[in-house]
Write a protein that binds this ligand. Structure first.
Ligand code: PRF
Length: 372
């Protein structure tokens, strides 16, 4: 698997790109949104559910699987695809970000990072070489380097130190990586500093990874700064390699990311908000718990053709949520993933037809974003 990406075309009036990701478990049409299955499951959905809404790539998390059930268990079960009965594409995050967001008592040194498990408090130590070896054992199609994502209030010196450590670790990850059927992607850091972002992108580009992620964004900074940073950083990354914006998944942000030239996105947002009763629609998020849905005979989203909207009234979904019935979470998740899958399909078609900018403009005219 030496080539990981075919770039078919770039939009004439923005940087939006249409491409294909090539992996050991098939081809993925880009731009693509990847649902998150941290614990080897996209919460409440089976692989058949995912396929029925045209999802063929998911993200899983090395950090979660390392703590439970443990990497050796997944390896013994024949790898992550077999373990979870998913024969589509799997991208695994390295654990870098999760150690910084979930684990306790982190301590970094040049060698790696020590932390206390958020599950049982046990002390662990992971090196960049471990992160690669774990992902090789999982057998994911795309693996990520171990990185340090500085927190949003970090000083310029802390952001610089995290970037330099991320560069050293990226080099070590690349040297440790031997699995030919897996692509190892680098992660650009550098906070919100244009100088550091350029430096990080140029350094990692010089190491010639098969793909590049933008980390350290969507951590609560204003949206215009996020996308200014994305646009700036992408100028220093190779055209012909896939670009992945980590942790972005609101519909309006996917459109902005695509227009900057991003090919891959992932986020827990659509599945997480579904379990709170928020249904995506072309007008924005609708909360099914709202009393206005109590006797609505039609579907929650009349413009949607997903399994949930074809078969269940808004009134029934409202009832399930009010009773905290388990089916509620599954039906809402199916809808939100179908919504994003359809949105990205329309994005791809519009890029092919040279009308992505019009599509984006029309979508944003109607869509009322939720501020979180
Ligand atoms: N690094 C890694 N995973 C991530 C991030 C990061 O910076 C982010 C930040 N938005 C989400 N997921 N390894």
């Amino acid at each position: 698997m030496d080539k990981s990406f075919i770039l078919n075309k770039t939009s004439p009036r923005s940087s939006a790109r249409r491409g294909q990701l090539l992996t050991a478990h098939g081809q993925v049409e880009t731009p693509v949104f990847c649902p998150v299955g941290s614990q080897a499951t996209v919460k409440t959905l089976t692989p058949e559910d995912l396929k029925s809404v045209n999802v063929n790539m998911i993200l899983s998390n090395t950090y979660h699987l390392y703590l439970r059930p443990g990497i050796p268990v997944v390896k013994e079960m024949g790898g992550l695809h077999k373990f979870m009965n998913w024969d589509g594409v799997i991208l695994t995050d390295s654990g870098g970000y999760q150690i910084f967001s979930l684990a306790n008592l982190r301590k970094l040194d040049e060698g790696g990072v020590s932390f206390r498990s958020h599950i049982d408090g046990s002390t662990r130590y992971i090196t960049p070489e471990d992160a690669v070896s774990f992902q090789q054992d999982l057998g994911s199609d795309i693996a990520m380097v171990l990185d340090e994502c500085p927190h949003s209030e970090a000083s310029e010196n802390e952001v610089l130190a995290a970037m330099e450590r991320t560069h050293q670790w990226a080099k070590r990850c690349l040297a440790a990586h031997t699995l030919k059927s897996q692509h190892l992607f680098a992660i650009v850091q550098g906070g919100l500093s244009p100088v550091l972002r350029q430096q990080s992108a140029e350094y990692l580009a010089s190491l010639d990874f098969p793909g590049y992620a933008l980390g350290g964004l969507s951590l609560g900074e204003p949206k215009d700064i996020t996308f200014e940073t994305v646009r700036h950083t992408l100028r220093f990354l190779p055209e012909n390699k896939p670009r992945y914006l980590m942790g972005v998944g609101a519909p309006e942000d996917l459109l902005e990311g695509v227009s900057c030239g991003v090919d891959i996105f992932d986020c827990v947002l659509p599945t997480r908000v579904a379990r709170n009763g928020a249904f995506f629609s072309r007008l924005g998020r609708l909360n099914i718990r709202n009393a206005s849905f109590a006797t609505q005979k039609g579907p929650v989203d009349p413009e949607c053709n997903c399994y949930t909207c074809r078969n269940y009234s808004a009134a029934y979904l409202h009832h399930l949520f009010r009773c905290e019935e388990i089916l509620a979470y599954r039906l809402a998740t199916i809808h939100n993933i179908a919504f994003l899958s359809n949105l990205m399909q329309e994005v791809r078609t519009s890029i092919e037809k040279d009308c992505f900018e019009e599509f984006k403009g029309d979508f944003l005219t109607r869509y009322q974003p939720t501020n979180e």
